[in-house]
Design a binder for this molecule. Structure first.
Ligand SMILES: Nc1nc2c(ncn2[C@@H]2O[C@H](COP(=O)(O)OP(=O)(O)OP(=O)(O)O)[C@@H](O)[C@H]2O)c(=O)[nH]1
Length: 332
C-alpha cells in the first residue's frame, strides 16, 4: 500500500507561538516520529528535544524525531529525504518563519510533492494566531487549521474566536502554549497498525478516536459516519470539495455503484483517493472526520445525502477519480 508522509506547514506572525507549538508536538510525539524543519535550531529552543549527538544540519533527537535546518531553496530536497521510507518518519512539520510566505510555502510543498518528494503528502497549513494581539491577518483565509494560541493572555477570547471563525475556511482551535495534539495531524502509529486479520477494519479507524493525549484531545473531535449503500461520485466529491464545517482531516473507505471500494483521505480541501486494498470491503461508506466542534448528526446527514440513485445506473467515477493519487510510491 502506498505510504505517504504528511507534511504540515506551520505559519503565523512573529511571536505568535510557532516554535512553542512545534516544541509541544515534539514533547507529545508519543511514538509519532516527527521531522521538524526550521530556519535555525536557536528559534526552536531545543529544551524538550533531548538532543542525541552534535547539532548539525540534521539533528537526531532521543525520541526518534529529527530536527533539520534549511532555507526555501533547500526545502524540496530536504522534504524528499525526510519523507523517504528510509527516514522512517510519520510526520514532517515545517516552521515557516523566514522560509517563505505561507502561500509561497504551500506552492513549494505542492511542487515538491509533484516532483522529488514523491513520498510526501499535503498535511495542511496550520496558522498560529496570538490571542493577546487581538487581531489576525489575511493568512488565516488560507489556513486548513487556525490555532488561536495564548488564550491565557485574554479575559475573553470569544470575540476573536468568532471573527476568526467568520473568515477561516477550516476549524479554529483555541489553545495555551501551542498545545496541539499530534493525533489531530497524523494517526498515532500504534492505532494505525492493521488488526491481526490484516484488514483495514472500521474498528481500526474508530480506535483512533482515543488518542493518548486525552487532555489535548478534549479540544477536538472525531466523528465516525457509516452508510450501508453506495454513494454517488459527483455528490460525494462535491461534499468533500465544499469542506464540511469544522473538519480538518478525514479518511475512510467508500463504495460507488459498479466499482470496487476506494480509500479517501482529505486535509482541508486537499483530497486523495486510491483503490482500497482487496482485503477491505464496504457496502457504502465508513468515514472518520477529525476537527473542532463537529456536528455528528449533520455529517451523517450530509453523507446520507450523497446516496447514489439506484435507478440511475452506473454513474461516472470521474468526479472522484480526478483526485486519484499516482501509485508510483508502490515501487519502494
Ligand atoms: N502567555 C503565553 N505565552 C506564550 C504562549 N505561547 C507562547 N508564548 C510565549 O510567546 C513568546 C513567543 O513564542 P514563540 O513560540 O517563540 O513564537 P514564534 O511564533 O515562534 O516566534 P518567532 O519565531 O519569533 O516568529 C515566547 O516567549 C513564548 O514563551 C501562550 O500560550 N501563553
Amino acid at each position: 500500500m502506498p505510504r505517504r508522509v504528511p507534511v504540515v506547514l506551520v505559519a503565523g506572525r512573529l511571536g505568535a507561538g510557532k516554535s512553542t507549538l512545534v516544541n509541544h508536538l515534539l514533547r507529545r510525539a508519543d511514538g509519532v516520529r516527527i521531522g521538524v524543519v526550521v530556519n535555525d535550531f536557536g528559534a526552536i529552543g531545543i529544551d524538550a528535544m533531548l538532543v542525541a549527538g552534535q547539532a548539525s544540519a540534521v539533528t537526531s533527537l532521543a525520541n526518534g524525531c529529527l530536527c533539520c535546518t534549511t532555507d526555501a531553496n533547500g526545502l524540496a530536497g530536504l522534504l524528499a529525504e525526510l519523507t523517504a521510507p528510509s527516514a522512517r518518519l510519520d510526520l514532517v512539520v515545517v516552521e515557516a518563519s523566514g522560509l517563505a510566505e505561507p502561500r509561497e510555502l504551500v506552492r513549494l510543498l505542492l511542487d515538491a510533492i509533484g516532483g522529488e518528494a514523491r513520498h510526501a503528502a499535503y498535511g495542511g497549513l496550520v496558522v498560529v494566531v496570538d490571542a493577546g494581539s487581538g487581531e489576525h491577518d489575511g493568512v488565516v483565509r488560507l489556513a486548513d487549521l487556525v490555532v488561536l494560541n495564548q488564550v491565557d493572555r485574554v479575559d475573553d477570547p470569544a470575540p476573536l474566536l468568532a471573527s476568526l471563525r467568520a473568515v477561516a475556511p477550516g476549524p479554529v482551535l483555541p489553545v495555551v502554549r501551542g498545545a496541539l495534539d499530534p493525533a489531530l495531524l497524523v494517526d498515532p502509529p500504534a492505532r494505525r497498525r492493521p488488526p491481526r486479520s490484516g484488514q483495514l477494519s472500521f474498528d481500526a479507524l474508530l480506535r483512533e478516536e482515543h488518542p493518548a493525549d486525552e487532555h489535548a484531545h478534549a479540544a477536538w473531535d472525531s466523528v465516525a459516519v457509516e452508510r450501508d449503500a453506495p454513494l454517488d461520485p459527483a455528490r460525494f466529491a462535491a461534499f468533500l470539495e465544499a469542506g464540511p464545517a469544522g473538519v480538518f482531516r478525514s479518511k475512510g473507505v467508500v463504495r460507488f455503484p459498479g466499482a470496487a471500494p476506494f480509500v479517501v483521505q482529505t486535509v482541508g480541501t486537499a483530497i486523495r483517493v486510491r483503490p482500497a486494498p482487496r482485503s477491505v470491503d464496504v457496502a457504502g461508506a465508513r468515514l472518520v472526520f477529525l476537527g473542532v466542534g463537529l456536528d455528528a448528526a449533520g455529517l451523517q446527514a450530509a453523507v446520507d445525502a450523497c446516496a447514489a440513485d439506484p435507478a440511475a445506473g452506473e454513474p461516472s467515477l470521474l468526479p472522484v477519480l480526478r483526485y486519484e493519487e499516482s501509485e508510483r510510491v508502490d515501487a519502494v
